[in-house]
Design a protein around this ligand. Structure first.
Ligand code: KIV
Length: 275
């Protein structure tokens, strides 16, 4: 699949069918203008619960609510025409039971028009993934570093090193067998990501994983240099918008104080312009 040759937004089955082909391109988005900027270039766009950290200043994703996801999902949907929208299930909205997961996934899908939901977890979430998929909700899985579990994982560490690689492989196989149409691999060793990509029959979407994955995703504010509180090793900054933005604001402040803004071209005369 190529992002430029598309006529309609892909469906989860199209994403699944892209396994082994041209790498899938994905970014997170939280607002309409950002979604519009990436629509022509991405195969799918994730309304990630990272919104809590990058837009709302929360210390982790744990404080993100269903209402926040619905509001940002609706904003992103208004900016997309040719990329599929996937939306994150926030912490506490799906772990209790498959029924709880269905209720909240159905709300996210019906109120935002998302094409699929994403949830974190491997073997332990496989029954929930199967429950949702059998009831019409496409699921993208997310394993490896799962930020909603930082308190039990002991922080934002690389996952699956050494013997833990077997557990991660079991997670990947379990979510694929449960019916997930793709799986995000976050912060896992490159060789393990490559092995998982070979072993499972659904696309692997890497973030801090391997160029050998079937696709890549980044948090858009990270790659644009908008989020500067910290930079993970796996982030490549393609722009420095926070620096550019601050320089622009400083220039504006200086011009306002010097009365050089607004200039003649920004103000109105009392005569109507001649035709
Ligand atoms: O919330 C998010 O942005 C994510 C991506 C980092 C995969 O889950």
């Amino acid at each position: 699949m190529s992002a430029t040759a598309k006529k309609r937004a892909p469906m989860p089955d199209d994403i699944r069918a892209a396994k082994g082909g041209t790498p899938l391109v994905s970014l997170t988005a939280y607002t309409t203008p950002m979604a519009q900027m990436m629509d022509a270039h991405c195969d799918f766009v994730l309304v990630g619960d990272s919104v809590g950290m990058v837009l709302h200043g929360l210390p982790s994703t744990l404080g993100v609510t269903m209402d926040m996801m619905v509001m940002h999902g609706q904003a992103v949907a208004r900016g997309l025409a040719s990329a599929m929208m996937v939306i994150d299930m926030p912490f506490g909205s799906y772990e209790e039971s498959p029924q709880q997961a269905f209720r909240n996934a159905a709300r996210l899908m019906s109120e935002t028009n998302a094409g699929a939901v994403k949830l974190e977890g491997g073997v332990e979430m496989a029954p929930t993934i199967a429950f949702l998929v059998k009831r019409g909700i496409p699921v993208m899985a997310h394993i490896g570093l799962t930020p909603q579990s930082i308190n039990t994982l002991g922080g934002y560490k690389v996952q699956g090193r050494g013997d833990a690689g077997d557990t991660l492989m079991a997670d990947a196989v379990a979510v694929a067998e449960a019916g997930a149409f793709a799986v995000v691999l976050e912060k896992v060793p490159e060789t393990l990501a490559d092995e998982v990509t070979t072993q499972v029959d659904i696309p692997t979407i890497g973030i801090g994983a391997s160029a050998g994955c079937d696709g890549q995703i980044l948090v858009v504010d990270d790659m644009l240099g908008m989020f500067t509180a910290f930079k993970a090793k796996f982030v490549k900054r393609y722009a420095h918008l926070a620096d550019d933005g601050e320089a622009a604001i400083a220039a504006y402040a200086e011009e306002v104080r010097a009365r050089t803004f607004p200039a003649a071209e920004h103000v109105f005369s009392d005569k109507a312009p001649s035709k």
